[in-house]
Design a protein around this ligand. Structure first.
Ligand code: HEM
Length: 420
């Protein structure tokens, strides 16, 4: 029933059978997730000017959906559906998937092939080898923040000064992006993900495409010791990525490496600052850190809805039938707080079992960078706790702003200080 307030004041605003989401959803999606799980667990939603999409919110449905091949990803078909939804003629160039035509937007044997060609570079062992470098980077960034606070600055921004530069430097180094271009990359990647500015988005995508085009051609002609060069080399079956595939792959890795771990570090730090007894427990028992990282990922899943899938045929989910050719998002952030799966789901409990958490996805598209993301998170928290024995939040929690994205959940800024 529309209009009747649900948990924590969330209200279902329904127009033509579609739930309308506004900025209060991206500020704090959890009351709405709770309301949807209770009243419309599989529903069409609309946000801003974007075409409506189906949102799936219950744990079991999200888990099944992430692994269901009928919820497909093929870039060409997806582009056609997006065009139709936006009222653009099917043959128009808009929504040409270009850089998005990568493994996260492919299915079946094509996906298997693309994934195989890069997975050698993203094993747990490869990630573990990066640990010392990640530690050195984290220490350098933490020292710089500490020095500024010691010099009398009232606060530093944990996002801009720590959580963002750490994983972005790592992924740029992995891919062999030279130092002087890294700041630009950050900007392009941010803009590409923002939903508000379609024109800027197009410009940023083109700039990134042009740059990656040259980077890939350069590495192919003159390979270095970076992972991009390794990915470009033929595998044991003499298969290799085409130039277009390699460019799209590099773009996927860059964006995935830029926009996810930053939010694990930012949201996890905020969760600790809001739960001082858990913070103390973690400081006193550093062996709890790997479990704490999993709990941060469950509680504030950085990828809060999955990337887009579409129904390749009519599919019934949780009793609701979705016609063929519709866009579906699986709400990982809702599933990870479903009380049917996790007790006291809204509480941070660094010692709970997070088994079944889908923060890194599930099924064939399970995150390729999970081992790397976990190590980056662990190192970031260890260094932060070591260097800042008295870390404090430097603003009123009500002033904190979250990115206006239905896909990614992360803080715009997190001002912190130290009280001694
Ligand atoms: C896929 C989360 C870090 C590379 C995914 C998916 C999720 C996810 C939920 C599946 C999306 C879907 O099915 O719609 C995360 C989180 C991270 C993280 C929470 C950090 C804490 C990284 C890093 C990289 C990376 C550091 C690599 C540099 C990828 C790739 C895929 C993926 C390539 C697509 C895999 C495929 O299609 O087979 N990630 N990710 N991720 N992630 Fe991550």
């Amino acid at each position: 029933p529309a209009g009747k307030p649900g948990p924590a004041g969330a209200v279902l605003d329904i127009a033509d059978g579609v739930v309308v989401l506004d900025e209060s959803f991206t500020d704090n999606p959890y009351p709405m997730y709770e309301l949807l799980r209770a009243r419309r667990p599989v529903t069409k939603v609309r946000m801003g000017m974007n075409p409506p999409v189906w949102l799936v919110t219950e744990y079991d449905d999200v888990r099944a959906g992430l692994a269901d091949p009928r919820l497909a990803k093929d870039a060409t078909k997806l582009a056609r559906i997006l065009r139709r939804a936006a009222g653009i003629p099917e043959d128009a160039d808009a929504f040409d998937m270009g850089l998005h035509d990568h493994m996260l937007h492919s299915d079946g044997p094509e996906h298997t092939r693309l994934r195989k060609l890069v997975s050698k570079a993203f094993t747990g062992r490869a990630a573990a080898l990066l640990r010392p470098r990640i530690e050195a980077l984290a220490a350098e960034l933490a020292d710089a923040m500490a020095a500024r606070l010691a010099a009398g600055e009232p606060s530093v921004d944990l996002i801009e000064d720590y959580a963002f530069p750490l994983p972005t430097t790592v992924i740029c180094e992995i891919l062999g992006v030279p130092d002087d271009r890294r700041a630009e990359f950050g900007g392009w990647s941010r803009t590409m993900l923002s939903t508000a500015q379609p024109y800027e988005k197009l410009v940023a995508t083109e700039a990134l495409e042009e740059y990656l085009d040259k980077l890939v051609a350069g590495k192919a002609a003159d390979p270095g010791t970076d992972i991009l060069s390794e990915i470009l080399a033929p595998d044991e079956d003499a298969d290799r990525l085409t130039h277009a595939e390699a460019t799209a792959m590099a773009s996927l890795l860059l964006v995935a490496g830029h926009e996810t771990t930053v939010n694990l570090i930012g949201s996890g730090t905020l969760a600790l600052l809001r739960n001082p007894e858990q913070l103390t427990r973690l400081r006193e028992n550093p062996e709890l850190l790997p479990g704490a990282v999993e709990e941060f990922l469950r509680l504030e899943s950085p990828v809060t809805t999955s990337t887009m899938r579409f129904t390749d045929e009519e599919v019934t989910i949780g009793g609701t039938t979705i016609p063929a050719g519709e866009i579906v998002l699986l709400a990982i952030g809702s599933a990870n707080r479903d009380p049917g799966r996790f007790e006291r789901p809204d509480e941070l409990d660094i010692e709970r079992s997070t088994r079944g958490s889908m923060a890194f996805g599930h099924g064939v598209h399970y995150c390729l960078g999970a081992a790397l993301g976990r190590i980056e998170g662990e190192v970031a928290f260890r260094v932060l706790l070591d260097r800042f024995p008295r870390l404090t939040l430097a603003v009123d929690p009500g002033e904190l702003r979250w990115h206006n994205s239905i896909l990614l959940r992360g803080l715009v800024a997190l001002p912190v200080g130290t009280d001694g």
